[in-house]
Design a protein around this ligand. Structure first.
Ligand code: SF4
Length: 550
């Protein structure tokens, strides 16, 4: 959730130093854009280096989550998990990948849409069943019955769900893993999944495994994407088709909404655990997915170009140059230029990796604001009437700073065009926008937003135009952040929120937290369990050098 919620600080309104600080925080939060959710990857391929395949698969999914990464491998006898905070390239090296040997793997990249950014919340999340076998799970999406699941776990274990004798994990994904593991001991993982999955509410695209079998499942609405691919000697599942491409897998089909796949030596089995009622996230087309990904048979790049063309029809502009806000605004800017006949050019250069550092910028650097992320090409911009195409507006701080920067760089006019309708509602299915009160389109009309941004004109593509561009029937799409029509019923406010489990944990009288390392994660981590022997289970934390029994 946006850290601009830190506005709950104490700054009096006339305290200009504090105000500039909070503005600065809001801009920093905004610069990060809508936060993606997570990426999942799974591979079953005996004879292949499944850890390295997962590593490259996760690279292709890095845009979906940059806070943590992990890979679990199964070798027939053990499940081993390695995970940590950081980018895929920071978490893994040759040595750690060499230690992950097996014939199947599950990988995950995380942005926290539930729970804080801690080592415990990194995925794959891991459990040992009562029979001593391991279970590792990666989840993309957000559940909306987390509080109910937490009560179920508490009823099963007699403890708050988040206490497992180690530091607390506070994610809905952890609850899924716990509930699966608790039933799997009696009936096996596959049957446990068939029983559990229909009781989960919300968005989930899952990849999980035990020692022998890779599983994949998608919620009945298929809110988040999940695809199946074929290797010469195995199978791959991944959040996006781009992750199949990078490992040389050929696209087979999407995992169907309400479908569970199991892949092992017996081949691929498909079980329908719920009827399919597709409501795919339309924001995947706008911003989340890679442009080289295909969703429901439609290329994301082509969709974005079509949105730009529609935008030019709906909101034409008299201008000299169309420039994108890179990267996600680029295809729509191309479409706008094609349809309008206005030349297309690059007027902004992106510092592509600056938003992905864990190092906090110094105050001097932070004061540069948007220049941390985007730098204008002055010789291109000077003296021009510009159309600037961006993917979406959340709080508006980025676009306001951008318009000012373009004027300072010599633009004569700035016409802002947005390749999605106004974001007026929060997402509870796995995209971290902001609270409703922080959304600029929630409190202002169109002219109010234009004046706030300081641009000469403003145009958002219509929802109808966006849906047409996806070539999907509106009945198969979720567009709740634009129209407020949530396809999966939501519980009351008190049962929602990114930090719900942490809040419940703080309130629970049974919660006696033992000693923890207290930090945001430990360097490097392996969880390993030997099949058939719960006593062999151990958790080690790399260079922290500590070992505890879970
Ligand atoms: S509310 Fe918006 S971001 Fe969330 S799933 Fe629906 S379309 Fe996607």
């Amino acid at each position: 959730m946006s850290q601009s919620a830190q506005r709950s600080g104490t700054s009096p309104i006339n305290d200009s130093a504090d105000k500039s600080h909070t503005d600065d925080q809001a801009l920093q939060a905004d610069l990060a854009g809508p936060r993606e959710e997570c990426g999942v990857f799974g591979v079953w391929a005996p004879g292949e280096d499944v850890a390295k395949l997962s590593y490259f698969g996760l690279f292709a999914l890095q845009h979906r989550g940059q806070e943590a990464a992990g890979i679990a491998v199964g070798d027939g006898r053990h499940v081993t998990v390695f995970k940590d905070l950081g980018l895929v390239s920071q978490v893994f090296d040759e040595q750690s990948l060499q230690s992950l040997r097996g014939h199947l793997a599950v990988g995950h990249t995380r942005y926290s849409t539930t729970g804080s950014t801690t080592w415990e919340n990194a995925q794959p999340t891991f459990r040992t069943t009562a029979t001593g076998s391991g279970l590792a799970l990666g989840h993309n999406g957000n559940l909306v019955n987390t509080a109910e699941l937490r009560d179920r776990v508490a009823a099963l274990t007699g403890r708050p769900a988040v206490q497992h004798g180690r530091d607390a994990a506070t994610t809905d994904s952890d609850l899924i893993c716990e509930l699966l593991a608790s039933t799997a001991a009696d009936v096996g993982v596959e049957e446990a999944a068939v029983r559990l999955l229909p009781t989960l509410r919300g968005a989930f695209s899952l990849a999980f495994c035990d020692e022998q079998t890779l599983y994949a499942a998608r919620d009945p609405h298929g809110v988040r994407p999940l695809v199946l691919g074929r290797l010469e000697r195995g199978w791959v599942v991944a959040s996006e088709t781009a992750a199949l491409d990078i490992v040389g897998a050929t696209f087979v089909r999407e995992v169907e909404p309400g479908e569970l796949l199991a892949i092992d030596r017996g081949g691929l089995r498909s079980t329908r655990f719920a009827p399919s009622e597709p409501k795919g996230c339309i924001f995947e087309y706008v911003y989340v997915a890679r442009p080289d990904t295909t969703i429901a048979g439609r290329s994301v790049h082509s969709t974005r170009v079509a949105i730009g063309r529609r935008l030019a029809e709906e909101y034409p502009a008299d201008a000299d140059l169309v420039i994108p806000v890179p990267e996600s605004g680029t295809p729509a800017a191309i479409g706008f230029a094609q349809a309008s006949g206005i030349p297309y050019g690059h007027g902004l250069v992106k510092n592509a990796y600056v938003g992905r550092t864990f190092i906090q910028p110094s105050q001097t650097i932070r004061e540069l604001g948007i220049r941390l992320k985007l730098n204008p090409l002055r010789e291109v911009i000077r003296g021009k009437r510009l159309v600037v195409v961006d993917d979406s507006i959340v709080r508006g701080n980025t676009q306001r700073a951008l318009v000012r920067m373009l004027r300072e760089a010599g633009a004569l006019e700035v016409h802002v065009r947005i390749a999605s309708p106004p974001v007026r509602w929060p997402c509870f299915y796995g995209i971290d926008f902001a609270t409703r009160s922080e959304l600029v389109a929630n409190g202002l009309d169109m002219d109010g937003i234009r004046r706030l941004l300081g641009c000469d004109s403003l145009g958002y593509v219509s929802l109808e135009g966006l849906i047409d561009a996806t070539e999907q029937p509106s009945s198969r799409l979720c567009a709740a952040c634009f129209d407020g029509k949530y396809p999966i019923p939501l519980p009351e406010d008190a049962q929602l929120g990114k930090h719900l489990l942490e809040e419940l944990m703080a309130e629970d009288p049974r919660n006696i937290t033992g000693p923890t390392n207290g930090a945001n994660g430990k360097p490097g981590g392996i969880a390993r369990v030997g099949a058939g022997s719960a006593a062999s289970a151990a958790t080690t934390f790399g260079s922290a050098g500590t070992m505890r029994q879970p």
